[in-house]
Design a protein around this ligand. Structure first.
Ligand code: F6R
Length: 375
């Protein structure tokens, strides 16, 4: 039931405060009191994960992006190096996976063929295989040694398209992986302050997501401005590189507009924003925000006369030297590793409004199936 919403996609974007609250139940109750995270599905394997030579994140599409967003905090809290693998590429290369590795498979549906094939490959190579999925009883949940269910919500009919769950799956996946980082990091004294700040940040997320959702009208206005552009480049760095990739993916697949997520540090190494009509630049992360490199990316984008839209945390816009013609979108501030959860939402809203305004079918996105069970 779409309730007051026009489309399931819109409904699911707006339901994220609830889906995150559901995901967060994993850290409520007893766990919350002592500011620790209890992931029952993993507790017997935490020692092995901590001792692994490396953690390998494996996924496709949005799930890959969510894992990428979570990589820095898992590395920071666990001290274990994390590498990233697109599932199909790992299988194509038969990339090295060792018994001493922990391979973490991220899949909303738990049925994506490429991810399952990579899982079989990692199992054959003797790695500890951890699943992060939204779907209880899925092939991924059955085949992995251990894992976490996201509990973000139930899927709705195929007719409603794959839009069901995409949007809240991404944000919930990041939350679960932050919790994974906390669990693997354990109770090291050196991490105590950081750990507590993240847990407080997690508990604050639903209300902050609600605040971001108030940007709906603003993102609709922006979509009107961008409606007939041919391309949208999304720049991000640090925690928000994944946001740039995920935002661009949403715009490409739903609004059918060319879009690319670009690591802002690569700006000088090829991308030519002057050829694009619009550029969206990210500046969320506090210390990245202060970093002169990010400022210089903005200046270069302005010099190339792309239409520039800057997103930053509340209160920071005054210190960004963006010039009068630049649109600034402000989102609330949260602990850096959780900022991607808030930052992707304006882009989800933008993708939704662009889709509607460009006259595409939101409910039946071209060439997309609910889960990609072929290779
Ligand atoms: C993007 C999207 C796809 C999926 C990808 C993996 O919105 O839906 O990119 O993320 O097909 O699907 P799961 O997570 O089910 O393995």
């Amino acid at each position: 039931n779409k309730g007051k919403y026009m489309h399931y996609m819109q409904k699911e974007i707006h339901e994220q405060p609830e889906s995150l609250t559901t995901t967060m139940r994993l850290i409520r109750g007893g766990a919350c009191k002592s500011k620790t995270v209890l992931l029952r599905g993993l507790k017997d394997h935490l020692k092995t994960i901590r001792r692994s030579r490396r953690i390998v994140f494996v996924g496709c599409g949005t799930s890959y992006n969510a894992a990428l967003a979570s990589r820095p905090i898992v590395e920071e809290l666990s001290g274990v190096p994390v590498t990233m693998e697109v599932a199909s590429d790992l299988v194509d290369r038969q990339g090295p996976i060792y018994r001493e590795d922990t391979a973490v498979f991220v899949s909303q549906s738990g049925e994506t063929a490429d991810t399952l094939q990579a899982l079989d490959y990692a199992l054959e190579n003797g790695a500890l295989c951890v699943g992060i999925t939204n779907t209880v009883g899925s092939a991924l949940a059955r085949k992995t040694h251990c894992g976490v269910h996201i509990k973000a919500g139930c899927e709705i009919g195929v007719a409603s398209t794959k839009a069901s769950n995409w949007h809240f799956a991404y944000t919930s996946q990041i939350v679960v992986m932050a919790m994974l980082a906390l669990a693997v990091g354990g109770d090291m004294i050196s991490n105590e302050t950081r750990r507590e700040a993240i847990i407080d940040g997690l508990l604050d997320l639903p209300s902050k997501v609600k605040a971001v959702l108030k940007l709906d009208e603003e993102m609709k206005d922006l979509a009107e401005l961008l409606i007939s552009e041919q391309s949208l480049l999304v720049f991000g760095r640090g925690y928000n590189y994944a946001t740039a990739l995920e935002g661009a993916l949403k715009v490409k697949e739903v609004a059918l507009m060319h879009s690319e997520g670009i690591l802002a540090g690569e700006m000088k190494h090829g991308p030519q924003p002057s050829n694009c009509f619009s550029c969206l630049s990210y500046l969320f992360h506090k210390h990245l925000f202060c970093c002169s490199k990010q400022q210089s990316v903005i200046q270069q984008l302005q010099a190339r006369k792309g239409r520039l839209i800057v997103m930053c945390t509340k209160g920071d816009s005054a210190s960004v030297s963006v010039g009068g013609s630049c649109r600034v979108i402000e989102v609330p501030h949260v602990e850096d590793c959780l900022q991607p959860v808030l930052n992707v939402i304006p882009l989800q809203l933008l993708a939704y409004h662009l889709t509607v305004l460009r006259g595409h079918n939101v409910a039946q996105t071209r060439n997309l199936a609910k889960s990609v069970t072929t290779q």
